[in-house]
Write a protein that binds this ligand. Structure first.
Ligand SMILES: Cc1ncc(COP(=O)(O)O)c(C=O)c1O
Length: 618
């Protein structure tokens, strides 16, 4: 089995990545990593020796069959059997050695089972799939057929044997590699119990409905970037939500969720040319731009499309955009004229005030600038059809944001000053996805440092909570430790699992003394968490998985998820009883403690406590 043009490197990389404990010896050949070494080295490491053994055995078998029985079919059959013995003898030994090494940290039956699973998933199953077709159809057919065809030539039988074997080998390696790849995709990576994000689809739908109700004149396009989970998108689509995408992959995700392509806004101001072309072909017709080069790109790849000019809104949200996107308002008319000259439709204006914007009046100034641009364009005979006011609607972390109605009022008051009416659109991400998610993590270690308890979790800035760094730790995620209710409060610094010293997600937070092994629930983590961490396992710690639910409690959008105040042990009697847990009635808002926010009357607290209770039993 000599040549294999299929990519051997990638599957080997997957196989080794799936078993972090695997020593480099699983890939013989000087410890070279398969991805770096290329497909040839990867193939040689995996099958080189087995191929040599198999080939020698096959030649012997063919010779014995042909010389003794004088039949090509017998020779082909015997060669196939001998090759299988030689090849699999070698593969078997290597697989067993690799399985032993990968499970060296286990013992007894556990090691046996883990070793068998390792051998099957890493090698044997893909070989078996390829072998089934190869042994009964491909190889005997290729060997006998090629030898028969080449018979008239001098030494034709042997020539035919060699050609037939080469053809069968290429086919075998192709089948084996594709079977291995499919398995790597199908078998989920061994995932530890935590961290994971529990995503409540019903809650996301509610948040969408609340937004849509508060902003009835504004078309809501969910910003897919916040959380592109297919079930979340499908759920939002079913609830009547539209989508805003930043890449073809996101456009496709929206379409797969059931959205009609023409209703998707493609609003990343800088897109890949291919993405524009694909989206255009699929039916997307509205693209955002903030430069002449992007206009040219769109004119080339999506001729005749409509463009939304992205205006710099001087974003000032808690997670701001650092002035990365948007043109100064004064340059918009020039860009609109260029769009028209390129055969594009200057369709609208867009801006984004920055994520988690706590001040509703932040929309005033950008909308006022848009009004001025519209007036200037009208002088050129250009009438716009849409104003996209972006995302940025906040959710509650430690501080409650103003009510949604204030945002709606701010936007409609400012929009009333536009020189003529346009369709308003918005692109909320966080406000829909964040409240739907709860990160479930575990404490992996604690130590007193600088007057605070350093609590290391198995999730952190590089495992889903990068926004802690992006916001300078301004996003103070609500934290609950269900098992620690009765322990004394201590000041804590919550850090991630990595060995990176930047990996701190919350400081100066009072929690009931966390202990190693405790489950920690981090609220409002449905947005910008799992999509950032992807599947990367920085420092060898797995990225959080996503688990779907539809059953979490439903506090109002701006009411708190479980907050640190839920652990307040300084109890005040409170006239609340919570189904099945009357003792919870004694956990009240309590006296404010340094580092804790504990607002709201008892009735409100009951909602928070019942929510905390739900979180505790995912
Ligand atoms: C252009 C644009 N629209 C919408 C959003 C979504 O913002 P949020 O999740 O704060 O609603 C973002 C976020 O970065 C954005 O850049």
């Amino acid at each position: 089995m000599s040549t294999q043009r299929v990519t051997a490197a990638a599957p080997v990389a997957v196989a080794t990545a799936a078993v972090p404990a695997l020593p480099a010896g699983d890939v013989p050949g000087g410890g070279m990593t398969p991805a770096r070494a290329g497909w040839w080295q990867a193939w040689r490491a995996r099958f080189g020796l087995a191929e040599v053994c198999g080939t020698i055995a096959a030649v012997g078998g063919f010779a014995a069959g042909y010389l003794i029985a004088g039949s090509l079919l017998a020779a082909a059959g015997l060669a196939t059997i001998c090759e299988a013995v030689g090849f699999y003898g070698c593969v078997g030994v290597k697989t067993a050695v690799a399985a032993c090494r990968a499970t060296a940290h286990l013992g007894g039956v556990q090691r046996l089972v883990a070793g068998a699973w390792h051998a099957i998933t890493q090698q044997l199953a893909s070989c078996a799939a390829a072998e089934a077709l190869d042994t009964f159809v491909v190889r005997p057919g290729c060997l006998a057929g090629a030898a028969w065809l080449a018979r008239p030539l001098p030494g034709g039988v042997w020539l035919g044997f060699a050609v037939g074997k080469a053809a069968a080998d290429v086919s075998w390696y192709g089948m084996e590699a594709s079977a291995r790849r499919s398995m790597a995709r199908a078998i989920p990576r061994a995932q530890s119990a935590t961290p994971y994000v529990l995503l409540d689809l019903a809650r996301a739908t509610e948040c969408f409905a609340e937004l849509a109700a508060a902003l009835p004149a504004v078309m809501v396009h969910y910003a897919v970037k916040a959380n592109p989970h297919p079930r979340l998108l499908a759920c939002l689509h079913a609830a009547g939500c539209r989508f805003e995408a930043a890449s073809w992959t996101e456009v496709r995700a929206a379409i797969r969720a059931g959205a009609k392509a023409p209703e998707v806004l493609f609003t990343h101001p800088v897109k890949l040319a291919d993405d524009i072309a694909r989206a255009h072909k699929a039916g997307v017709w509205r693209f955002a731009v903030d430069s002449d080069t992007e206009l040219h790109k769109i004119a080339r790849n999506a001729p005749g499309s409509a463009v939304l000019l992205r205006v710099d809104a001087r974003a000032d949200g808690t997670v701001g955009d650092q002035g990365k996107f948007g043109i100064p308002p004064g340059q918009a008319p020039e860009l609109a004229r260029l769009a028209r000259s390129l055969g594009l439709n200057p369709y609208g204006l867009a801006f984004h005030v920055g994520s988690q914007t706590m001040d509703p009046t932040a929309w005033h100034e950008p909308i006022r600038h848009c009004a001025q641009i519209m007036t200037a364009l009208a002088a050129d005979g250009i009438t716009l059809a849409m104003l996209d006011v972006g995302g940025g609607f906040p959710v509650r972390y430690d501080t409650g944001p103003p009510p949604l109605a204030d945002y709606a009022a701010a936007i409609s008051t400012a929009a009333a000053q536009l020189p003529y009416p346009v369709q308003l659109a918005c692109e909320p991400g966080r406000a829909i996805a964040a409240p739907a998610g709860t990160m479930i993590a575990s404490v992996i270690g604690t130590a007193w440092r600088h007057g605070a308890l350093r609590v290391s979790l198995d999730t952190g800035a590089f495992h889903g909570l990068i926004e802690a760094l992006e916001s300078g730790r301004e996003l103070r995620f609500p934290v609950t430790i269900p098992a620690a209710r009765d322990r004394p409060l201590v000041p804590c610094t919550l850090t991630g699992p990595s060995c990176d010293s930047q990996d701190t997600i919350l400081d100066r937070v009072w929690l009931p003394t966390p202990r190693t092994g405790d489950r920690v629930l981090i609220g409002n983590t449905g947005a910008y968490t799992t999509c950032y961490s992807g599947r990367s396992a920085f420092n060898g710690y797995p990225a959080p998985a996503i688990k779907i639910t539809r059953t979490a409690a439903r506090p109002g959008r701006h009411t708190s998820h479980a907050t640190t105040a839920d652990h307040h042990t300084a109890e005040l009697p409170c006239r609340v009883t919570i189904r099945g847990r009357p003792d919870h009635g004694r956990l009240s808002a309590g006296k404010p403690l340094r580092g804790l926010s504990s607002e709201g009357p008892c009735a409100h607290e009951a909602g928070r406590l019942s929510y905390a209770k739900q979180l505790a039993t995912p």
